[in-house]
Ligand binder design. Structure first.
Ligand SMILES: [Zn+2]
Length: 241
């Protein structure tokens, strides 16, 4: 596959809501960029659709629920994110639905972000393998809810709940996309990203693949950096709302 050059991402925003399916989704790349942004005074909040309780083969989901919740809170803190919310959908069987869009729309109206960050919703991962079902449902719902948030006639019951329309989301960034067009030079913040991924210790051990967070993230960021013209970069597909 030809690797096209990437354009520098505009970073003229102040607040972001990062919406993904599972604990660890943001830590496989986006977290390094989030560390850079929070160090500059931007505010980033996390919204996790599930607790990732189906993610560890050798552990009961009830136990995994608690373990992975804490791992996500710890990994968020490493990159300057202090608010982590969960929608508590069942891991592995998340469906693209009006109910999911409504729950995400409520969160967007509540937090009023300038920017939404989400995960790859295409059928393939950037490396060509098949993407996971929850990722597809959540990423697409996050994109659509970024528009829904500004329309008072969609989910009018949210207005009754006190969540007024929010038209402020100008852009959605999709991390891990095979169709990435832009990237952020993360420099030394790559190591904050590594530290953030390392917080998913039980999950990574459960994979049993011997994946080394530092090697994995620095190799990926270095390859992305070569398409932007720097040492370490994180890529995004960009949608204007
Ligand atoms: Zn995931």
């Amino acid at each position: 596959m030809t690797q096209q050059q990437l354009q520098p991402l505009e970073e003229n925003w102040e607040t972001a809501l990062a919406i993904v399916a599972h604990p660890d989704d943001l830590e496989y790349g986006a977290a390094s960029a989030i560390a850079k942004w929070t160090s500059e005074g931007k505010t980033v909040t996390y919204l996790l659709v599930t607790r990732g309780e189906a993610g560890i083969d050798g552990m009961d989901p009830k136990e995994t629920w608690d373990v992975r919740t804490q791992e996500e809170i710890d990994s968020a803190a490493v990159v300057g994110v202090n608010v982590v919310e969960f929608l508590d959908y069942q891991d592995g069987v998340v469906e693209y639905s009006p109910a999911l869009r409504k729950d995400i729309t409520r969160a967007i109206r509540n937090h009023k972000p300038d920017l939404v960050i989400t995960g790859n919703f295409h059928t393939r991962l950037a490396g060509g393998r098949t993407n996971q079902a929850d990722h597809r449902a959540v990423g697409l719902a996050a994109l659509d809810s970024s528009r829904d948030a500004g329309n008072k006639w969609i989910f009018p019951e949210l207005v009754d709940e006190g969540f007024e329309p929010w038209k402020g989301v100008k852009r959605v960034l999709v991390s891990g996309s095979p169709l990435a067009t832009h990237a952020v030079d993360v420099g030394e913040f790559i190591y904050k990203g590594v530290e953030s991924l390392e917080k998913h210790d039980a999950y990574i051990k459960g994979l049993g693949t011997g994946m080394d967070p530092e090697m994995f993230l620095t190799m990926n960021a270095n390859a992305t950096g070569s398409r932007l013209g720097c040492d370490y970069a994180v890529s995004f597909e960009v949608y204007d709302i």
